[in-house]
Design a protein around this ligand. Sequence first.
Ligand code: NDP
Length: 317
Amino acid sequence: MSEQNGTIERVNTLIIGSGPAGFTAAIYAARAGLNPVLYTGAEPGGQLMITTDVENYPGYPEGVMGPQMMQDFQKQAEKVGTDVRYGTITKVDFSGPVHKAIIDADQEIEAHTVILSTGASAKWLNIESEQRLNGSGVSACAVCDGFFYKGKDVAVVGGGDTAAEEALYLSKLCPTVHMLVRRDEMRASKIMQDRVMKAENIKVHWNTETVEVLGDKLVDGVRVKNNQTNEESTIAIEGFFVAIGHKPNSDIFKGWLDMDEVGYVKTIPGTSKTNIEGVFAAGDLQDKIYRQAVTAAGTGCMAALDAERYLGEQGIV
Ligand code: NDP
């Protein structure tokens, strides 16, 4: 249910994005009687749609496929009354007390509160073999997929904190972790670098770039090049983890919201509040550290509760 202001629809709570954060916010907002409207964005379901087995989300003792889990989230959100719509918010205007958003470049909606849960996207090397073997040995999340490579040799690309963290995580499961670093030093914090250097089964390959991920149906190796000598070699691996950073999907909020230098939306610690009253952020859009489905869901819940409180304080509901 929504008010009509002339021809412009006005809702209590607009949720932008359809990953675990958005759907959890929707479940809480709908149950609180806020009649939320959720726009899915161009990739309904978010990053979990490109994940296979999820074994670390509590409540699924047998594990669950990522796409199935997102279908379940959506079903639950709709069952409690969320109006889920397929469309992408292409522009926002947070200048007034009532917030505005443009859907698919031509339709406008107004909202008293907006919950932003547009997520982040893993960066890829963008080479053909990486894309072809994605989900068949190529992954961008060691915590999600590392378990499937227990007892197998793997490679991690990148030299930042994420790569270091992924390599350390995998070093507890895999006999050898090959870390492919494109320069002669890492960008990761000193403490993380020290940990990597201390791990006996992490082999760092400096000045090393990926030429091709090898394998027909499943990864069985990687062809690398030393960018100082141009010498190429092959490393036998069964898992290839890309950890070269994430990009928060925050472009349309630039100019309105406080963000860090990479574009992660800043929230007031311990809350989902942004610098704009009535605008809340949840999930990977505002979290560059944990980035898990369960933490995204947790912050989605926080955003709905913060929105509900705000609407109450303003006397809107
Ligand atoms: P970063 O941008 O910090 O690092 C990316 C790494 O990937 C760099 O080593 C970079 O190399 C390398 N890289 C980028 N593109 C390519 C490419 N095409 N081929 C090969 N290598 C490439 O991203 P992170 O995700 O590691 O970290 C993002 C932020 O999150 C950082 O501020 C980090 O500190 C923080 N973080 C903190 C954690 C914690 O505190 N526990 C955990 C994870 C992240 P180069 O250096 O040459 O550019």
